[in-house]
Design a protein around this ligand. Structure first.
Ligand code: C6P
Length: 404
């Protein structure tokens, strides 16, 4: 059982006020707040262990290297990967997908090939593919989204063809909250011999993910969305595929031997980690993963699901409420519109009441076009949010409604 009051005490920022009102932080899909242990891990690393990694013979460098590699092992275990060679540290989901798109495209894609993405992708899982498609001449195919906010799996099946070289889809929509049936999608793609990449930015913080059980070939996520620091993220990739892919960037760390005539590359995962990595970020990410494991991923999923059901029930009672995305399998993200109130008006007025929500297109403009709306108001929850905060949101919306 989650003791939410005890948990809230672990997050210093949750005690603050904005505009003289207690902060109600409901923008967790954008970034989560940090527990004291993560803040301490950063400070501790700079106070006691700071030195560049993988380079120094001296004590501190070795200690920092050991801690970074222990963090890699922590990530491996957290997502159920087979080997630390398959865990690449990046700046976040965006960099993970850019790395994947650039390197996978160079290794495996040519004119006439097809990559399938979906109509509910974040721009981070659209634009990197468009950039590579523009260079190499392959085509993007899009899985349509139903009115309920689910992927149309029949349409997906019919998109699969001998031209398809990769499927890249989000696990959880950052707008609709839909949890996509990635296991089924992966089985279907694999039955045609097609690898699958999964954008896990909105899933890893909320549900237990095991990349091997899912069968994912690639899996990306961001540290800052799972209570870790900004500037650190992960790309998991199956070793067999990563080995065939060229480096994304060149520089220190990713090489074995450099001459002016020829350079040979380092082994995995370092081949993909050019330059000084954010070792402090990876150490603090490990602390965040320890923290969520101490709370329990199953407990987190259960608590957030109950809170989300409660919020949906209360929001649906508001006259003029339109929830965008009503898939039965959903995560703790709720997008909505109320009557003719513009999302940014709603967001600005809620903010004055101390309630932080996100408004706009949420970096998913094609999805907004599909739904025929310019944007939404989005409340996204964490296991540190309470029913009382949901009640504050509901009474805030009622107040805004009364003003219009
Ligand atoms: N979504 C949101 O408010 P970065 O910025 O690299 O950490 O994550 C990018 C990203 C990729 N995929 C999905 C599904 C995402 O939700 C995000 C980030 C934030 O919805 C910021 S736009």
């Amino acid at each position: 059982m989650i003791d939410v009051e005890r948990i809230r005490r672990d997050f210093p920022i949750l005690g603050r006020e904005v505009y003289g009102k207690p902060l109600v932080y409901l923008d967790n899909a954008a970034t989560t707040q940090k527990p004291q242990c993560v803040i301490d891990a950063i400070s501790e690393a700079y106070c006691n262990e700071n030195a560049n990694v993988h380079r120094g013979i001296h004590f501190l460098s070795q200690q920092a290297t050991d801690m970074m590699e222990a963090a890699r092992e922590k990530v491996r275990q957290f997502i159920g990967a087979g080997s630390t060679e398959e865990i690449i540290f990046t700046r976040g989901t965006t960099e993970s997908i850019n790395l994947l798109a650039s390197s996978f495209a160079q290794a495996f894609l040519k004119e006439g090939d097809e990559v399938i993405i979906s109509g509910m992708e974040h721009h981070s899982n659209i634009v990197p593919w468009q950039i590579q498609a523009g260079k190499l001449g392959f085509t993007l195919k899009i899985i349509p989204v139903t009115d309920l906010g689910e992927l149309d799996l029949d349409a997906f099946s019919s998109l699969l063809s001998p031209k398809t070289k990769l499927v890249s889809i989000t696990h959880v929509s950052n707008v609709l909250g839909t949890v996509n049936p990635v296991s089924r999608i992966i089985s279907l793609a694999h039955s045609h011999g097609i690898p699958v990449a999964v954008d896990g930015a909105q899933s890893v913080p909320h549900i237990k993910v095991n990349v091997q059980e899912l069968g994912a070939d690639f899996y990306a996520f961001s540290g800052h969305k799972i209570y870790g620091p900004t500037g650190i993220g992960v790309l998991y990739g199956r070793k067999e595929l990563l080995e065939q892919m060229p480096p994304y960037q060149g520089g220190g760390e990713m090489i074995k031997r450099v001459t002016f005539e020829k350079t040979t590359y380092n082994e995995l995962p370092y081949k993909f980690e050019a330059g000084t990595p954010d070792y402090v970020g990876s150490i603090a990410l490990a602390s965040a993963l320890d923290y969520v494991q101490s709370v329990g991923m199953d407990e987190i999923a259960r608590y957030e699901s109950e809170l989300c059901s409660y919020a949906l029930g209360r929001l649906n009672d508001i006259p003029g409420m339109r929830i965008i995305g009503n898939a039965p399998e959903r995560s703790a993200v709720i997008s909505f519109l109320v009557g003719n109130i513009h999302p940014s008006d709603m967001g600005t007025l809620l903010d004055r009441l101390g309630i932080a929500v996100r408004t706009g297109h949420h970096c998913a403009e094609p999805l907004m076009d599909r739904m025929g709306i310019p944007g939404t108001v989005r409340a996204s929850f964490s296991f540190y949010n309470t029913r009382a905060e949901v009640d504050s949101l509901v009474s805030g919306i009622e107040r805004v409604r009364a003003m219009f």
